[in-house]
Write a protein that binds this ligand. Structure first.
Ligand SMILES: *Cc1c(COP(=O)(O)O)cnc(C)c1O
Length: 376
């Protein structure tokens, strides 16, 4: 496809060197016997699941996790090889996808094991265990039920896993809770193995688990956000033991520049008023591309030709307005950086997440399908 077409209106640039670097630094933290199982759900946190997964395949990564069977099927269509674990619920009407695309399904609880087994053909599964998050998984202390799940006729149980829910915070109570989750999980696994069940793989670490509790071990680290080179919140950077590099930049273009006279107002609801003569530019990106509308009215900024400029007025579905009075050299077609660097300035996904009162995971994963994704 023609390069300039791809960078026409609004796009994501992926820095695959940064991805490779993150794979290397995170791999160096893996406990003995543990491999990366990147979380490429939600279009690889907005980055583009096929591009990211295929790049990871080339770097030797052979296991992935996704949220839905549809996401897994799409990766297979794109030629992604290796284990694909579906972390979330798949409706029985879609069990055939698991079968057809060789996906491994999470057994979300005891009743679900019966549904999977009733499908009739053997399906690959990992059994989910609830050690305290109380979202998915069978209770860790209901050993009899877990044994029954392991014995279910059509389940090929390749693994068992749990999920940590407070591994991101350093305070004592959360540390104790996380260690208790680890203990509950590993005692269960030991008990099941001592009863003669074959459980090839066991895993419990996500990004924060790997960063803060590598000693909890396991055969896979289901790393999402950290692989993309960021943490969920800027405040977590202080105690991050790894040098992570952001993979994604987000860009769009100046579509039109105009002068406003003193007192003139702009945008939906006329929320912006020029207090004196100002120059404003329209940018070709909006909330339908995933940019939080909360950045409206000078909450957020963009970069143009190395200058920081505030977003003014209300962000529209496909466009937004920027006060570019301070940008001397600007014309239609210029690149606008929403996330990334321009000259000496940069805007991070942390800036956007904090301005929108959310975490980086949400900002990234909402970046829209309409954005082109290109490898830099
Ligand atoms: C999303 C998810 C992960 C990855 O989480 P990160 O914090 O982004 O690394 C791991 N395990 C489960 C069960 C998940 O749902």
């Amino acid at each position: 496809m023609h390069k300039h077409f791809k960078q026409g209106r609004a796009w994501i640039e992926l820095d695959m060197q940064a991805l490779e670097h993150n794979v290397a630094v995170l791999s160096s933290r893996l406990p003995e016997g543990c491999e990366l199982m990147p979380a490429v759900k939600a279009n690889a946190y907005g980055h583009g699941a096929a591009l990211i997964s295929k790049a990871l395949n080339k770097l030797g990564v052979q296991s992935f996790c996704v949220a839905t069977a549809q996401e897994g099927a799409e990766l297979r269509h794109q030629g992604v090889r290796g284990l694909i674990l579906v972390l979330g619920y798949t409706h029985p009407e879609q069990f055939s996808l698991l079968d057809y695309y060789d996906l491994t399904q999470t057994v979300v609880d005891f009743d679900y094991a019966q549904l999977l087994s009733a499908y009739g053909t053997p399906l690959k599964v990992h059994i989910g265990i609830d050690t305290g998050m109380h979202r998915l998984g069978e209770r860790y202390d209901d050993i009899e039920r877990i044994c029954e799940m392991l014995r279910a006729e059509n389940l090929c149980v390749d693994g068992i896993y749990t999920h940590l829910c407070v591994s991101d915070t350093p305070d004592k109570a959360d540390r104790d809770y996380t260690l208790a989750q680890g203990k509950a999980f590993w005692s269960l696994v030991a008990e099941l193995r001592s009863r003669g069940f074959c459980i090839p793989k066991a895993h419990l670490l996500g990004s924060y688990g790997l960063l803060n509790y590598p000693e909890l071990g396991g055969n896979y680290a289901r790393v999402g956000i950290a692989l993309y080179g960021v943490l969920s919140d800027a405040s977590d950077k202080e105690h991050c033991p790894c040098d992570l590099r952001p993979v994604l930049s987000l860009k769009s273009r100046v579509s039109s520049v105009r002068q406003l006279y003193k007192g003139e107002r702009a945008g939906y609801g006329l929320c912006y008023t020029a207090q004196e003569e100002r120059k404003i530019a329209a940018a070709s990106i909006g909330y339908a591309d995933g940019l939080p509308r909360a950045l409206s009215c000078a909450v957020g900024n963009v970069l143009i030709n190395g200058c920081k400029a505030p977003i003014v007025g209300r962000i529209c579905m496909d466009q937004l307005l920027v006060d570019v009075t301070g940008v001397t050299d600007i014309q239609s077609g210029d690149v606008i950086t929403i996330i990334g660097a321009s000259g000496d300035e940069s805007i991070t996904v942390y800036d956007i997440a904090s301005e929108a009162h959310t975490i980086t995971n949400e900002v990234l994963s909402r970046l829209g399908a309409r954005l082109e994704r290109i490898v830099r």
